[in-house]
Design a protein around this ligand. Structure first.
Ligand SMILES: [Zn+2]
Ligand SMILES: [Zn+2]
Length: 446
């Protein structure tokens, strides 16, 4: 361009302007509104401390939900409580027409006894599956809830200028409802959380102890695996341990089944295809010299692909049938699906990367790898184009244990980063208008 205009003084000016324009991140080119994160931060950090010190297990998030609803009402949002038991839906209607953008935050804690030295650490105890246990936000959902409340606090005073609607979904039971109960994202959807109005895009984040505060982890396409829980009961015939010929030994049969189930990963799946079959519980027997009547196996199945998921389930059944028939034993198989794979919509993801780089700086956005963990945000991302990113939570000079451990700790400083990141995603998606193509979670790899 400079060359085309020859030697007049104006091209130099235009060239400088162009260079400045190109150096400016996409999201900043259209002078985005100023986000007043610093104003809301002290109050939101205080809320985070309250949530952290008062964790509640899945489907028991009563006080958490009450606090969330109170905060949203104080900002003037439309609030519905009791969605999927303790879920809260808040709607912020902008002053101008435009798309609907949803932010999802999970609220539940885990049966873990916290071991951090945080001044607001949890000392709570509760009952879980008949046992007294410690309860803690060992998965950082207190941070996620606080961030979403912070986003509402930032956006509510801007409502007149917002081109569209923001829907906040505060979800119970992300870790899975207690046995025998329904709950989580799928129940929220069943109860209409994605209707009236239906979002055009949905965002969520997760605390990530492998990233420092200030960084966010970006990924497009498959990001978390599907997760299914299976319980296999192998039944034989009980006998004295000294007279095994009188038994049908479920211990030996279970041992064979455990090894045979590992051939699903090694011999049935394409080696390039992600997939895991892990058994975490082997339970049975009362005394060393009694061959018991039955053995119970429980495990988890992880994949990125619906057809692989179906074929693993089928192979488990076939293998149990074969092994138990050979032994003269019997089996029962229970199968509890938890979540499909979580897939970030490719078009929304690349848009989100530009927005995050504009909001936090390009150095702050790092590409991360998919993992075999699971996340029930998958249900939402199946319904509408979704983007799920990871929030760095480890402050300089500190360390954190892994998620779900007593030593997991998320630094308060991550909250401001999360609010800025999430508010920017919401505002820029509203300003962009128009829906994303949304090839949906399951459709990416048919
Ligand atoms: Zn978790
Ligand atoms: Zn979690």
């Amino acid at each position: 361009m400079l060359q085309r205009h020859g030697g007049s003084p104006r091209p130099l000016l235009w060239g400088m302007l162009l260079a400045a324009f190109l150096a400016t991140p996409l999201a900043a080119q259209q002078t985005p509104p100023v986000l007043d994160v610093d104003r809301v931060l002290p109050g939101i950090v205080e809320i985070r401390h309250t949530l952290h010190a008062n964790p509640e297990l899945s489907n028991r998030e009563e006080e958490t939900a009450a606090l969330v609803a109170r905060h949203l009402r104080s900002l003037g949002l439309e609030v519905e409580q009791g969605v999927a038991k303790t879920g809260v839906v808040g709607i912020l209607r902008g002053g101008r027409d435009g798309p609907v953008v949803a932010v999802r935050a999970d609220m539940d804690a885990l049966p873990v006894t916290e071991r951090t030295d945080l001044p607001f650490r949890s000392t709570k105890r509760t009952t879980y599956l008949g046992q007294e246990v410690g309860v803690a936000h060992a998965c950082g959902h207190d941070v996620h809830t606080a961030v979403a409340l912070g986003v509402a606090s930032v956006l509510a005073p801007m409502r007149d200028s917002l081109p569209g609607t923001v829907k906040f979904l505060f979800q119970p039971a992300e870790e899975g409802p207690p046995p025998g109960e329904a709950g989580g994202a799928s129940l929220m959807i069943e109860e209409g959380a994605l209707e009236a109005p239906r979002p055009d895009a949905i965002f969520a984040l997760h605390s990530f102890p492998d990233l420092p505060v200030g960084k966010v982890g970006w990924i497009s396409g498959p990001t978390y695996a599907s997760s299914d829980h299976f319980i296999a009961t192998i039944r034989g015939r009980q006998s004295h341990g000294a007279y095994p010929h009188l038994s049908v030994d479920p211990v030996v049969t279970a041992a064979q089944a455990i090894l045979a189930l590992q051939t699903i990963r090694s011999r049935n799946l394409d080696p390039t295809e992600p997939g895991v079959v892990s058994i975490g519980i082997v339970r049975g027997g009362e005394r060393m010299n009694i061959i018991p009547e039955s053995i119970r196996l429980e495990g988890t199945i992880r994949t990125y692909d619906d057809s692989v998921r179906t074929s693993i389930k089928r192979r488990i059944d076939e293998i149990l049938a074969g092994v138990t028939t050979a032994a003269g034993a019997d089996y029962e198989l229970e199968y509890h699906p938890y979540a499909p794979p979580t897939t970030n919509d490719p078009e929304l993801s690349s848009f989100a990367r530009d927005v995050l780089e504009g909001a936090l700086g390009s150095d702050a956005v790092v590409e991360v790898e998919p993992v075999m963990g699971a996340e029930d945000f998958a249900w939402f991302a199946r319904e509408v184009p979704g983007f799920y990113f990871r929030l760095g939570v480890v402050a300089p000079g500190t360390t954190s244990g892994a998620l779900h451990t007593p030593d997991f700790r998320a630094d308060d400083a991550a909250i401001g980063v999360g609010i800025r990141a999430m508010s920017s995603l919401v505002i820029e998606t509203l300003r962009r208008g128009g829906a994303f193509a949304g090839d949906g979670g399951g459709a990416v790899r048919p």
